[in-house]
Design a protein around this ligand. Structure first.
Ligand code: DSN
Length: 430
């Protein structure tokens, strides 16, 4: 993809680029390219977002230089005075944001958060009931080559083959058969509201623990646009960089004091060493931003935009898995529009036009995960740019124009020029 490599950047970034021009021009060039790529393209990957300048720059400060193994007040290294303050701020803000009594902000990622949660809640070999990746689950919920599928006995529940939605009666029946130690809810490609209360009732009926992985919807939960997993889940894991719009990282939450003690032990020293204090500092800032009243509007707008994008695509003849969306993402079945069209082709053609997406399997997809019959689209990053429902209709038209052209280069370049104009009118946050 060609970019101008002249994206408008904030003054701190400009200083960094000027320094790198002298000391490491190769890196200066790639950073300018990436800044321009993000500035001039539409980001529709459902798990991505654009952080504020404060979050971005806080992740590159003096806080990166420090080892701080342990927890505030109980470190294995001297010199942690300000790191304790940063971690306490992040923990307190996370608890306030999600309305719970405990937060561990040290997981390096959502997958790392899940490692620690599994270790805290279960023993190796225990039975776990989860949605498989092919139906919208996450690889850390039981995929065979992952730690989860390697060390635990994983059993599946599935979405209903007709409605493609969670069928709580069928899940209850499956839980009765399997008698799992833990049930996992929360997904990577499920466009509908999750009923955490029903999941807890199913878990209680079979004496199981409930883990909610809210990585995708954390920003919606924080902003009141999706029901909270509290007080229902025994443990909640999430990433901090998707709809929550923080730095890349993980987070574990609970209201159960016994679970909390185990989580702290299983994060450190159980599965990690030194926490990334620069990222924890950036998490504190992001949680502070999410506590502002404006974040509630942001969360509501993400959902309104997803529904407008869904309506636009349906008008162009696409089928949406489950028939639509309640959250930030759409899972588009490409087959009814064009039986030959694959997710892999669509992803590549759209990128040429400046629309960034990812191919995604749909329930019962006959194609392989590297090809797929679907596209997953999300509106968190578009909403951060300040785009609204009218823009979503226009984006649906661009998506269709590019896919209908089957990768025609002149169509891609025509759409790309229109997208650059829209992006210039809605610059990224500084
Ligand atoms: N890989 C992420 C996603 O794209 O949904 C989940 O961790």
């Amino acid at each position: 993809m060609n970019t101008t490599e002249h994206a408008p950047v904030d003054s701190l970034s400009a200083d960094l680029l000027a320094m790198l021009d002298r000391t490491d021009p190769d890196v200066a060039t790639l950073l300018r390219g990436e800044a321009a790529r993000q500035s001039e393209t539409l980001e529709l990957i459902a798990s991505e977002n654009h952080v504020s300048s404060a979050v971005m720059h806080a992740a590159g400060t003096w806080m990166t230089n420090k080892y701080a193994e342990g927890y505030p007040g109980k470190r294995y290294y001297g010199g942690c005075e300000f790191h304790d303050i940063a971690e306490d701020l992040a923990r307190d803000r996370a608890k306030e944001l999600f309305g719970c009594g405990f937060a561990n902000v040290q997981p390096h990622s959502g997958a790392n958060a899940n490692v620690a949660a599994f270790m805290a809640m279960c023993d190796p070999g225990d039975r776990i009931l989860s949605l498989p990746i092919k139906s919208g689950g996450h690889l850390s919920h039981g995929l065979k080559p992952n730690f989860s599928g390697t060390f635990y006995e994983i059993h599946d529940y599935d979405v209903d083959p007709e409605t493609e939605r969670l069928d709580y009666e069928a899940i209850a029946a499956r839980a009765n058969e399997v008698k799992p130690k833990m049930i996992i809810c929360g997904y990577s490609a499920y466009p509908r509201t999750i009923d955490f209360e029903k999941f807890r009732a199913i878990a209680d009926d079979v004496g199981a623990l409930l883990m909610a992985d809210i990585a995708h919807i954390a920003g919606l939960v924080a902003g009141g646009a999706h029901p909270s997993p509290f007080p229902h889940a025994h443990v909640v894991t999430t990433t901090t960089h998707k709809t929550l719009r923080g730095p890349r990282g993980g987070l574990i939450l609970t209201n159960d004091e016994e679970v909390a003690k185990k989580i702290d032990r299983k994060v450190f020293p159980g599965s990690q060493g030194g926490p990334l204090m620069h990222i924890i500092t950036a998490k504190a800032i992001a949680f502070g931003e999410a506590l502002q009243p404006s974040f509630r509007d942001y969360a509501a707008n993400i959902v309104t935009n997803a529904q407008a994008l869904a309506d636009g695509l349906v008008e162009h003849g696409y089928r949406l898995c489950t028939g639509g969306t309640d959250n930030h993402l759409l899972l588009v079945d490409l087959q009814p529009r064009d039986a030959e069209l694959t997710g892999a082709d669509a992803e590549q053609w759209l990128e040429q036009a400046g629309i960034i997406t990812n191919k995604n399997g749909i329930p019962n997809d006959p194609r392989s995960p590297m090809v797929t019959s679907g596209l997953r689209l999300g509106t968190a990053a578009l909403t951060t740019r300040g785009l609204g429902a009218d823009a979503m209709r226009q984006i649906a038209e661009w998506l269709d124009r590019v896919m209908a052209s089957k990768g025609d280069a002149s169509v891609a370049s025509e759409v790309r020029a229109e997208i650059v104009r829209l992006c210039e009118a809605h610059p990224l946050p500084h």
